[in-house]
Design a protein around this ligand. Sequence first.
Ligand code: SF4
Ligand code: SF4
Length: 368
Amino acid sequence: MKPDRYFFQASQFQQWLDSLLKSGYLCIGPQFRDGTIIYDDLHSVTQLPQGMTDQQAPGSYSLTNTHSNRFFDWANGPQAVKPFLFAARESLWSSQQSDQGGISFQETRPDICPTLIIGARACDVAAIKIQDQHFLQQEFVDPYYKARRDNLVVVAVNCSHPADTCFCYSTGDGPFVHEGADAVLTELDQGFIIEASTQQGKRLLEGMPLEKVTEEQLNQADLIRVKASNQQRKLPDYDIRARLFNELNNDAWHEIAMRCLSCGNCTMVCPTCFCHSENDVSELDGKSATHYRQWDSCFTQGHSYIHGITIRSEISQRYRQWLTHKFSTWHEQYGRSGCVGCGRCITWCPVGIDVTESVAHFQERRHV
Ligand code: SF4
Ligand code: SF4
């Protein structure tokens, strides 16, 4: 579908948000919280992190206020769109024992309303597509994910300010959005170019005071794209997929594991990771219980516990699992790598382990 492309003034942003809220959407947008930028309910553009920009490095994140009038001049914080589709913890069913001793089970389904997320970046839009493959296109469709996905509208923002930890250009997922969003904003000094490429996206524009995009505005957008594509961090240029799988017994896994705390931060912030565990919580009445699903990580010992054996008892084995799945066997499952280059696992690793360096390590070692 050919995108509809217009311009609207920044001064009309609140008017647009009001119309989206009036249409019944639960609007979610980026906001400053706890020293970072996260997504939460959005009612006013004053909640957006206007004027803020970030500095990111391995194991390091900070924000400063530049007092610019830009709303989106920052790179992703720790939170992706993932929690709005694949809940960090939710109940799947509850069970109840009757007075006669029989047990009944009841499926629990979350209350979902039409939700519109504003501000998702290209890497996170690409991650949604990957998670769609996992949760929706296999033999067993996940009804919890599907209910949220069917009700989600994505208004993405082309990235003007990738962090030093970003490498979406080298994975081919950013910094500008290729596909997967309903509408995409490019922020300029005076306002936004908006491109709507789905029917839902086009409906979002109804009633908006839109202007024709000028050649000058398109040139400005292109300059932003070129500048944001100039990312220093990149994946090494070798066949990562094949090489990693041939290096399962390499000593490098132990060297990386000497630093890795096995904390699982990298998997919690990763927009494509989908590992989870399930457990039952009994009520004090001794008759009812709730079955929960929550995010888990391949860095926990419990995640590889099967029939009395922990398969990956060493940190080196768990790091190897993370890297070889993300960059190698993921291709067999989903036809591409599981990394969209968002850089979160680098910034939010407490010891600053850099996934691009880890991958490059195997290339270098090959040549010594
Ligand atoms: S592996 Fe790291 S850089 Fe790649 S998508 Fe996950 S968090 Fe982002
Ligand atoms: S690589 Fe970093 S974030 Fe991931 S488990 Fe190890 S220490 Fe934690």
